[in-house]
Design a protein around this ligand. Structure first.
Ligand code: G6P
Ligand code: BGC
Ligand code: BGC
Length: 925
């Protein structure tokens, strides 16, 4: 207060409220006023410092670095694009907080690109002060009441109403319809709202009101509504600037610069929340005593200062009042007399300042206003008061310009553009009522951001239309989400459905073992024991039926098992050619391997992992029942494949091989893991195909004589459900995949679980979602219509936690799919639903098996290990965990350990061969 100092000031002696000091002559008054207003001058250097500090604070917040309370907040708004102009429909908009003590309800009709612009209908409701300061529920009930009052008066059809909620306070948004209030500003201070989701609070209030069913689909900050409301012709505006009771701006930032977002493409709208900017370093020098006084008296001292309280319309009137009161008390104005009105907070409002500051209004209007405040207005007072108004407003406009210039610099940085051409949508009554505000702002922005060509577009209806635009986008996304959920719902299996699969599999196992009609063939494998560690010798092993065909040399010694192997390809035309061709190819590989390993001419015992359903009549006899997994070589089904191999060997001169055993890859895997862990009595494959085997009580195996001991049973569970027992779970996408396969109607369970099919199921779902317009803007691409283009390995890649959405997009773009970030997210969800169902079904199968073993042995608790192999199980980030969780849920009395087989089932085949050789040896002795 000392800045003015007492010298030369005179006041009317003794009158109440009048200054005791001598009153200055008029010319001194104006000087003293101007001297007082000097402190409202902000130099260009100071503005540049504020611009730089604000920019620094913005970039710090964008990097996600902790920022002091006095910084800007940089809040993502989940608005990813400016309007396409295609938005259409009727929307209700509720605006709360933009214009202080009033809320507004609008009915906005968007006509898309075709239609002309429809004027929104709106109604404003004054919010009683006790509602602005009372319990939050009261405020939201008040809002819901205004909504229904507004809708009652409207002749339109009010079914399926969709509402956009413009809530002009700092919020952490986690979605277009999820937003948590950080702190109240601008005269609001309702209890029980900060830290809560304001959309839910509004939904609850509308529900309590019960008059209308209204779907709140989006919550939007008023700056975003202002930006989005920019007329398509003139825009698009990429900055939204509001100066009303409060002030703030939003702008379109490159998503990759927003650390909290997992995005690298496209833009996202950021609400700067510059109202809380208060870096004392740069603002300290421009603060006046009036600013400090205002903050102390305000509803939220210390908060939203200084920036909002130096610019926002809620405070400008108060600043003017404080200056006038000060000058009056110094005898400089109003004859040195104040009035109760002049001394009471909030008596000078934004509108008053607008009128008084308006050069056209003229001194007369100022006189009238000051008299209304109970002041005796001297000749020069009106003009001096206008100086005060102009000084306060000019400072506000210049500070606002410094902030806007910081946003412009930020855009230049993030877009690496020297010259930036940009449109700024402006909204708020300070713009509407104070034409000088915009002109000062424009001039100052040109000063501070000379390389930016900025056009200012006043928003036509305070952003209501923009909020409707965002609501239209949100409604579209919400509709898409509903369609996505509906499409994926059949893949979400609950406990009862999984328990039913377990029970049906159990029933099919028993029937299969008895030789009754069952989709589970329960094939005896003639493997009666898991290895006991006494096996020894060198063995050849073949591994056919998985992703790769391998020939292995397996050396079993006291010190363990040493494996040398070579992968060979089986081209599709050979796998689907003649049986002779296929087995000749196999023998070629064996000969090649023997040559490379220096084994030529040696006739080592050979174990043949043949991963297809075979009815075995002995360890070395297996009749192929039917091909699976893309194999269809002719003249094999119904044949003993060991004979086919021996015939092929026979066709090849000078090759001697001693085929001792044929095993299924599940059995090979169980034996391979059983070598390390004798409790391993189950073998599981989840790869190209899927299947399981386990050690069954011989007494339960009708096809094999004997009541004691065990027999390993190859379940061939891939065919489970071929009798229709899984039809309740099968989706139209499963049917599409089955119909397109080379064995329709076969391997139902496998086609819902294994690697050969999951990618195709996903592709069919993506085609459906594209046809519904949910994905890829409804554009069907040739690529996506190509069979097997979506590899199952993509599921494993896309679902890996370490992969950000951006990498998901990269995978999909390689497929030539034009996608948005929302698309990538939806594709991820489709993959998750398909792989989760596969893993749960697999888990239900394993639960059926281990429960069978437990009950076979009449045990309360069973501890058992399961040997597992297969690319899908091994590579998918979540598959194995989901299988184990499902087994724990469905077979709680079984302690199940899953052992991933390191050496594949070739080793297992060699061990089966070794056991056979040992038993044969003992038999010969
Ligand atoms: C391993 C086993 C093979 C089995 C395959 C299944 O490679 O050694 O016997 O067939 O896994 O997995 P895949 O993903 O290759 O079909
Ligand atoms: C709020 C902002 C809002 C601005 C303008 C500020 O007080 O924090 O969210 O955009 O006022 O209404
Ligand atoms: C075959 C099984 C094999 C499984 C895993 C299925 O298609 O029928 O024999 O175990 O794939 O490879």
């Amino acid at each position: 207060m000392d800045s003015i100092g007492p010298v030369g000031l005179q006041q009317r002696e003794g009158a109440p409220g009048c200054s005791q000091e001598g009153l200055p002559c008029p010319s001194d008054s104006s000087e003293l006023v101007l001297e007082c207003l000097q402190q409202f001058k902000v130099t260009e250097t100071q503005l540049q410092q504020i611009q730089a500090s604000l920019l620094g604070s913005m970039e710090q917040a964008l990097r996600g670095q902790a920022t002091p309370a006095s910084a800007v907040r940089m809040l993502p708004t989940y608005v990813g694009s400016t309007p396409h102009g295609t938005e259409q429909g009727d929307f209700v908009v509720l605006e709360l907080g933009a214009t202080g003590a009033s809320l507004r309800v609008l009915w906005v009709t968007l006509m898309g690109t075709e239609g002309h612009r429809m004027e929104p209908q709106s109604q404003e409701f004054v919010i009683p002060p006790e509602v602005m300061l009372g319990p939050g529920q009261q405020l939201f009930d008040f809002a819901a009441h205004c909504l229904s009052e507004f809708l009652d008066a409207l002749p339109m059809d009010k079914q399926g109403l969709q509402l956009g909620f413009s809530f002009s306070f700092p919020c952490h948004q986690t979605g277009l319809d999820r937003s948590t209030l950080i702190s109240w500003t601008k005269g609001f201070r309702c209890s029980g709202v900060e830290g809560h989701d304001v959309v839910q609070l509004l939904r609850d209030a509308i529900e309590r009101q019960g008059a209308y069913s209204i779907d709140v689909v989006a919550v939007v900050n008023d700056t975003v509504g202002t930006m989005m409301g920019c007329e398509p012709g003139v825009g698009p505006c990429e900055i939204g600037l509001v100066v009303d009771t409060g002030t703030n701006a939003c702008y379109m930032e490159e998503a990759r610069h927003v650390a909290v977002l997992d995005e690298d493409r496209g833009r996202v709208c950021i609400s700067v929340e510059w109202g809380s900017f208060s870096d004392d370093g740069v603002l300290g020098p421009v603060l006046t005593t009036f600013d400090h006084a205002l903050d102390r008296e305000s509803l939220n001292p210390g908060a939203q200062r200084w920036f909002e309280k130096m610019i926002g319309g809620l405070y400008l009137g108060e600043l003017v009042r404080l200056v006038l009161a000060h000058l009056a008390q110094r005898g400089v104005l109003f004859g040195g007399c104040t009035s109760p009105a002049l001394l009471s907070r909030g008596s000078i409002l934004l509108d008053h300042v607008a009128e008084m500051e308006d050069p056209l209004a003229g001194a007369a209007r100022v006189h009238a206003l000051l008299q209304d405040l109970g002041l005796s207005v001297g000749a020069s007072d009106a003009e001096l008061v206008q100086y005060v108004c102009a000084a306060v407003l000019t400072r506000a406009a210049r500070l606002c310009a410094a902030a806007l210039a910081a946003v412009l610099s930020r855009l230049q940085h993030s877009r690496e553009q020297q010259m930036l051409q940009i449109a700024v949508a402006t909204g708020g009554r300070v713009f509407e009522r104070h034409p000088s505000f915009l002109s000062v702002l424009q001039k100052t922005v040109m000063l501070l951001a000379p390389q930016c060509d900025v056009s200012f577009i006043p928003s036509v209806d305070g952003g209501g239309r923009g909020v409707a635009m965002v609501t239209a986008v949100a409604a579209r996304l919400a509709a898409h989400r509903r369609l996505l959920e509906e499409t994926l719902a059949p893949f979400r299996l609950n406990h009862n459905q999984l328990a039913a699969v377990q029970a049906q599999m159990r029933e099919a196992m028993v029937k299969g073992l008895r030789g009754e009609a069952s989709s589970l063939r329960m094939l005896p494998t003639y493997v009666r024991a898991t290895p006991d560690g006494t096996e020894r010798g060198d063995f050849l092993a073949l591994d056919l039926g998985g992703t790769n065909f391998r020939v292995l040399l397996v050396r079993v010694t006291a010190g363990g098992v040493k494996i040398t192997s070579q992968v060979y390809s089986i081209p599709e035309d050979v796998a689907q050619g003649s049986g002779q061709q296929l087995f000749d190819r196999i023998v070629d590989c064996i000969v090649d391997f023997q040559q490379k390993q220096g084994l030529s001419g040696q006739s080592l015992p050979l174990g043949f992992t043949f991963s297809f359903p075979c009815r075995q009549l002995g360890l070395d006899q297996g009749i192929l029942l039917n091909w699976t997994k893309g194999f269809s070589a002719s003249d094999c089904e119904g044949q003993d494949v060991v004979c086919l191999l021996r015939e092929a060997i026979g066709r090849r001169q000078a090759v001697e091989l001693n085929v001792v055993a044929i095993v299924n890859d599940t059995v090979g895997t169980m034996m391979s893991c059983g070598y390390e862990d004798p409790r391993c009595e189950v073998g599981l494959i989840v790869g190209t195909g899927t299947n399981a085997c386990y050690m069954e009580e011989l007494r339960n195996v009708a096809a094999v004589a004997g009541d004691s001991g065990h027999m390993c049973i190859n379940m061939e569970w891939g065919a489970f459900g071929d009798d229709g027992s899984l039809d309740l779970l099968r989706t139209c996408f499963d049917a599409n995949v089955d119909q397109a396969s080379i064995n329709p109607g076969k391997q139902s369970f496998e086609k819902m679980i294994s690697g050969m099919y999951l990618g195709e199921i996903v592709r069919h779902i993506l085609l459906r979602l594209t046809s519904l317009g949910v994905l890829f803007r409804g554009q069907q691409t040739q690529r996506l219509q190509t069979r097997d283009i979506f590899k199952t390995k993509f599921l494993s890649e896309i679902e890996s936690d370490s992969l950000a959405l951006r990498q998901v997009r990269a995978i999909l773009e390689d497929l030539g799919l034009p996608l948005t970030s929302d698309d990538a997210l939806m594709v991820l969800e489709v993959c998750q639903a398909v792989s989760q169902r596969a893993a749960q079904l697999c888990g239900a199968g394993v639960a059926a098996v281990v429960e069978k073993i437990r009950e076979n042995r009449g045990l309360e608790e069973l501890t058992v290990s399961v040997g597992v192999d297969g690319t899908l199980y091994k590579l998918h980030p979540h598959f194995s965990g989901l299988v184990a969780a499902t087994v724990r849920e469905l077979a709680p009395r079984c302690e199940v350990t899953f052992l991933q087989s390191e050496d594949g089932s070739g080793k297992g085949a060699a061990l089966v061969t070794a056991v056979a050789c040992r038993l044969a040896q003992m038999a010969r002795v």
